[in-house]
Design a binder for this molecule. Structure first.
Ligand SMILES: O=C(O)CCC(=O)C(=O)O
Length: 300
């Protein structure tokens, strides 16, 4: 069996992942540590296609001199002291780019998350991250994603209803600013991190872990090959450091939620079947219906 085959239930009716069926126990790893990695989900041609999409969307982003929004799509740019104008992230590229649109509803991502959240699945995050080599500020301070699930009343059973995924486009390791996961932190509930700044505005700093009562020994850098998929939950503490290598660290994030447990978001899979995007619905941008037109924004 290959990882591209759709297997949503075993003989007992319990959902299974084809990857686990093939012998990789990422589900027990995920439940134990709060995160896991599934290796070799996407092949070299597919990664090359996503990489080309990253490159063309980056070029488009360079045209915006400030953060720029159109409906749910947001380009976050920066004037980096070392590199000049850079693009740090794009939210919801899938509305305008066919490649990003296709992979957000790829059956292999569904098969990875379905054992955890079922087959009626909405999507809250669709995001591209770049970390250009040498950038002065391309880090993410330690945080839990639960801080960004707002308004909180729109999300239920947050510990178990949500799975964030990230597809490595480039080799991803400590040299180019890998994600660092704090194993076991998911079991500690919501921790007292400073939320006065966005995680993108803060460096990855071990003192923040100590202040939150976490053990530094449990901080693990992800090492991913292109096409590997990492997954983590809303309470898993994570961050990522600077890129001191000479390659980028592109990462395609898609965050999925059990549909019954969320009032927001775009449908991704209904009864396991992929749902393409239509006219944008309410996700995080509260002014979607009041100010849908393209415009520059001042984001923190
Ligand atoms: O891309 C990264 O390194 C960090 C991603 C992250 O922390 C997040 O999306 O919450």
């Amino acid at each position: 069996m290959t990882s591209s085959q759709a297997v949503l239930a075993d003989d007992s009716g319990a959902p299974r992942s084809p990857v686990e069926t093939a012998g990789t126990s990422y589900l027990s790893e995920y439940r134990r540590n709060g995160y896991a990695v599934v290796r070799g989900v996407f092949g070299p041609d597919e990664v090359a296609e996503m990489a080309a999409a990253f490159d063309r969307i980056y070029q488009r982003g360079l045209n915006y001199n400030r953060d720029w929004r159109h409906k749910n799509t947001l380009f976050r740019v920066a004037d980096d002291p070392n590199l000049g104008h850079i693009v740090r992230m794009v939210q919801w590229p899938a509305y305008f780019d066919p490649t990003m649109a296709r992979f957000r509803i790829d059956e292999r991502l569904r098969n990875i998350v379905a054992p955890l959240i079922g087959t009626d699945i909405k999507q809250i995050i669709n995001q591209m991250h770049w970390k250009p080599p040498g950038a002065a500020q391309a880090e993410f301070g330690y945080h839990q994603d639960v801080r960004s699930r707002r308004p909180r009343h729109a999300y239920r059973n947050v510990a178990t209803s949500y799975v964030q995924t990230g597809i490595a486009i480039d080799p991803h390791g400590p040299d180019n600013g890998a994600m660092t996961m704090v194993a076991g932190s998911h079991a500690m509930g919501e921790l007292p991190f400073d939320t006065s700044k966005t995680s993108m505005a803060v460096s990855k700093d071990a003192r923040h872990l100590e202040a939150a009562g976490l053990d530094l020994d449990n901080a693990v850098d992800l090492v991913l090959e292109p096409g590997d998929v990492a997954l983590w939950g809303l309470f898993c503490v994570h961050g990522s450091g600077p890129n001191s290598s000479d390659i980028d660290r592109r990462f395609y994030l898609n965050g999925y939620v059990r549909a019954d447990d969320c009032d927001r978001g775009e449908w991704a899979f209904r009864d396991g079947a992929p749902v393409p995007l239509g006219e944008p619905v309410l996700v995080h941008y509260e002014d979607l219906y009041r100010r849908p037109e393209p415009h520059y924004v001042d984001t923190a």
